[in-house]
Write a protein that binds this ligand. Structure first.
Ligand code: DX5
Ligand code: ZN
Length: 226
């Protein structure tokens, strides 16, 4: 995984058919996804429940790109090893879920993964200012985490601040929530390089009609590349 700041589209399988993850992952990658975004929710840190390490391990067999695992769980530390064993390339924890964030990020890297940190809409950029050297990715939430299909919350000021704080460190800025061809250019211009999109990628398609996935991915990519 070499670092660059080109636009990367990371479809979230939260919007996939939960009874057909293997074929959904294959379809989305064949249609041009750069990364695969995997939303882990625990019905405690967020009010929704998705899947855990055994399911993520099963997804891994189908992922040829980059498996980007977004943990919306608390606590985080007891699960880090299990997600490493499941094959996560990037493991992202929320600032708000990790009282000892420095230790959490160290543990993620010590387990051989890239370390990400996510910020809820109410959390300022400054919350990560002392851990940027331990991060490979900062995820700016543009919805309150828990569900797909929510309305985009404008966080462009926060993205700009983070982009300045990061400077020339090799740290991705990822945007998660409500990304579509209308909002993608705003976050790209502010400094984002990884665009997570669930509903805007999966809408209108299925594993048996995956062309729509490809059209949706291209529409987001070209909107962000202007
Ligand atoms: C929200 C998740 C997102 C979600 C994005 O808690 O972290 O990854 O799937 O879905 P859309 O793109 O539909 O807002
Ligand atoms: Zn996510």
């Amino acid at each position: 995984m070499s670092f660059n700041r080109s636009v990367k589209i990371a479809p979230s399988i939260l919007s996939a058919d939960f009874a057909d993850f293997g074929r959904e992952i294959q379809a989305i990658e064949a249609q041009g996804a750069d990364w695969l975004h995997v939303d882990v929710m625990d019905n405690h840190f967020v009010p929704n429940l998705t899947f855990g390490p055994p399911a993520v391990k099963a997804f891994r067999k189908h992922v040829k790109t980059v498996m980007d695992v977004h943990l919306m769980i608390a606590p985080v530390d007891p699960s880090i090893e299990a997600y490493a064993e499941a094959g996560a390339d990037i493991l992202t924890a929320h600032v708000e879920a990790s009282p000892h964030l420095h230790r959490t990020l160290q543990a993620i890297r010590a387990n051989g993964m890239k370390a990400g940190v996510a910020l809820n809409p109410a959390t300022p950029a400054e919350a990560v200012s002392h851990v940027l050297d331990l991060c490979d990715l900062v995820c700016v939430m543009t919805v309150n985490p828990g569900f797909g299909g929510q309305k985009f919350i404008d966080m462009t000021a926060k993205i700009r601040t983070l982009r300045q704080m990061i400077g020339d460190r090799e740290v991705h800025i990822e945007i998660d929530g409500g990304v579509d061809p209308e909002t993608a250019p705003l976050v790209r211009q502010a400094g984002a390089d990884v665009l997570v999109a669930g509903s805007a990628v999966f809408r209108g398609g299925s594993v048996d009609a995956p062309d729509a996935y490809g059209r949706n991915i291209s529409a987001i990519r070209s909107a962000a590349s202007d």
